[in-house]
Ligand binder design. Structure first.
Ligand SMILES: Nc1ncnc2c1ncn2[C@@H]1O[C@H](COP(=O)(O)OP(=O)(O)OP(=O)(O)O)[C@@H](O)[C@H]1O
Length: 540
């Protein structure tokens, strides 16, 4: 019998108890250490056929390491995998074995060639079909890809360039491509943060398709920090804490609080800030006047000292573009910015930083970090002027500073000397946030500030952002696809659509559903009138 959620969560029933016929994948006795640090301890995972199985856990709990072992990227110290009736020793497992064993992986960056068409992307993975004369058989390829696109509900044609697809469709292309040679339908697909950069509507659409594929018998393992989404779509849950499995819930419908309590090992409340006091003043710090850049055609916005302003909008609406312009990373095509009432046109990131502006970009690990340097060095990077004295780096001060930030931001890391690359994704993000916030910037630009950050740490990050607005009077501009986050954290939220701001609301005047409705109905392209008619009275 499949263990009940209560039994399994309490650890009464070993994971090996699930009946063999039901099981698509079983991992047992998984151990892994990096040097002296053991990061997986006798971990296990049992995934049933045709289910969506969520892998949950706080930052650094061992989810990615488990997946990397299953992908053959890391070798386990010990552990066994059973899949499709075969057994494998995970200590000698390679990427080639992973592929042969029937595991498929869709990572957050999708690994697609964006400038190529959908059909070319499929062909690059499986090889181009050839005619008897040795030429590429485009007709066969196109028909096969068209069939797969229909089956997966992907909008577009085989000849559509991938960069013209909607974000949820791009993820579906990556999933369909990974499974294109799986005639028996018995591969297990691992989706790593599939909705991380998608808005609510796009996430729902994607997960709806994943749900339908699972109902047809496809098996999925999903890693995600977006708890509500995972809870709405998964049947089974394996929860990690400090490298060990601390909960297995089978055919269960847990609440977010129940899962978070298992993840944290205690009950956790107040994950979102509530009822906070606004510190917004009337003193304008940063002003955009008719800014046009990329998808933006004319943005007017004034952000005040101590104010936290959220930028909402569908994927592609220009949320990140607006932040890049403010950070001097991208020159606007037209329009003007003012900082403290004076013209502000930074020609470089350095110029923006010198003016007291800081940006934490969405792709922190690649754009904002030095993987081969230590945590201390990564943290010190933004305040070197403060730490150099007489041509020497004040090492002791730098380490003390790093320790304090590690503590303040709840970074799960061995210590200041640990390499940045050795940290889990969520912890790397916290370090990049900490690095910029310690500069006490007057303008803080945050792109998806809690993406990949576990629910337990979000509250800490929200508190730090609030604190920056309250104590140093920073003006904060946050782009996020998490509307609940914007609603809870911001004084004011602006909605981008069709290249400009189409709505502006005080967060306290609306609820999350109102705000979501405004975002979903916003026009998606310049001149587009949107999916519904919006009037200012739409909120009532
Ligand atoms: N290459 C490495 N060298 C040393 N330690 C590592 C390495 N990779 C991961 N770790 C450590 O292993 C532990 C588990 O990390 P892992 O990336 O598996 O966590 P995670 O659950 O995926 O976290 P997140 O939600 O933040 O992505 C962490 O303490 C991390 O610092």
């Amino acid at each position: 019998m499949v263990p009940t959620s209560q039994q399994a969560a309490a650890g009464e029933q070993p994971s090996a108890a699930a009946p063999a016929t039901d099981v698509a994948l079983r991992v047992t006795g998984l151990d892994k250490s990096f040097g002296a640090v053991q990061v997986l301890r006798n971990a296990s995972l049992v995934v049933r056929h045709g289910t969506i199985h969520a892998l949950l856990g706080g930052n650094g709990s061992g989810k990615s390491t488990t997946i990397k072992i299953l992908a053959g990227v890391y070798q386990a110290d010990a552990g066994r995998l059973e899949i499709r009736g075969q057994g494998y020793d995970l200590a000698g497992y390679t990427p080639a074995t992973a592929e042969r064993s029937g595991l498929r992986f869709v990572h957050q960056d999708l690994g697609l060639f964006d400038d190529l068409s959908v059909e070319e992307n499929f062909a690059f993975d499986a090889g181009f079909p050839r005619t008897s004369g040795g030429r590429i058989d485009w007709k066969t390829l196109r028909a096969r890809v068209a069939e797969l696109m229909r089956a997966y509900g992907i909008h577009g044609t085989p000849r559509t360039p991938v960069n013209r697809l909607r974000p949820a469709d791009r993820t579906l292309v990556a999933i369909a491509r990974a499974l294109q040679d799986d005639a028996a339908g018995d591969c297990v697909v691992v989706l790593d943060e599939p909705t991380a950069s998608l808005g609510k509507k796009e996430s729902e659409e994607l997960l709806g398709h994943v749900r339908r594929r699972a109902d047809l018998g496809q098996t999925f393992v999903v890693v995600s920090h977006r708890m509500q989404e995972v809870l709405s779509v998964a049947q089974d849950f394996t929860v990690f804490r400090d490298g060990a499995v601390v909960g297995e819930l089978v055919d269960a419908q847990p609440t977010e609080d129940e899962i978070v309590a298992i993840m944290a090992g205690r009950s956790v409340t107040a994950l979102r800030p509530t009822g906070s006091i606004s510190h917004a003043t009337n003193d304008t710090v940063l002003e955009f006047r008719q800014i046009a850049a990329g998808p933006l055609t004319g943005v007017d916005l004034a952000v005040h000292r101590g104010e936290i302003v959220g930028i909402a909008g569908l994927a592609g609406s220009g949320r990140s573009t607006l932040l890049s312009v403010a950070f001097g990373d991208r020159a606007p095509d037209s329009g003007q910015m003012l900082l403290d009432g004076r013209p502000y046109a930074p020609r470089s990131i350095g110029a923006a930083m010198a003016a007291g502006v800081a940006l934490v970009p969405e792709d922190r690990a690649h754009e904002a970090a030095f993987a081969d340097l230590t945590t201390d060095e990564n943290l010190s990077m933004s305040v070197l002027g403060r730490l150099w004295h007489g041509g020497l780096l004040r090492k002791r001060e730098s380490r003390a500073n790093a320790r304090a930030l590690i503590e303040k931001f709840g970074v799960h890391v061995a210590g200041p000397d640990a390499l940045f690359s050795s940290m889990s994704g969520g912890n790397q993000q916290k370090v990049v946030l900490a690095r910029w916030l310690q500069r006490d910037p007057q303008v803080i630009l945050l792109d998806e500030p809690t993406q990949g950050v576990d629910v337990m740490s979000r509250a800490d990050i929200y508190a730090v952002i609030r604190d920056a607005a309250a104590t140093i009077g920073a003006c904060v501009l946050i782009a996020s696809s998490d509307i609940g986050e914007l609603h809870a954290l911001c004084d004011r939220v602006v909605v981008l659509g069709g290249g400009r701001i189409v709505h502006e609301v005080a967060a306290r005047d609306v609820d999350v559903d109102d705000l979501t409705a405004l975002v979903l109905k916003a026009p998606s392209a310049p001149g587009d009138v949107g999916a519904g008619t919006i009037t200012e009275g739409a909120l009532s």
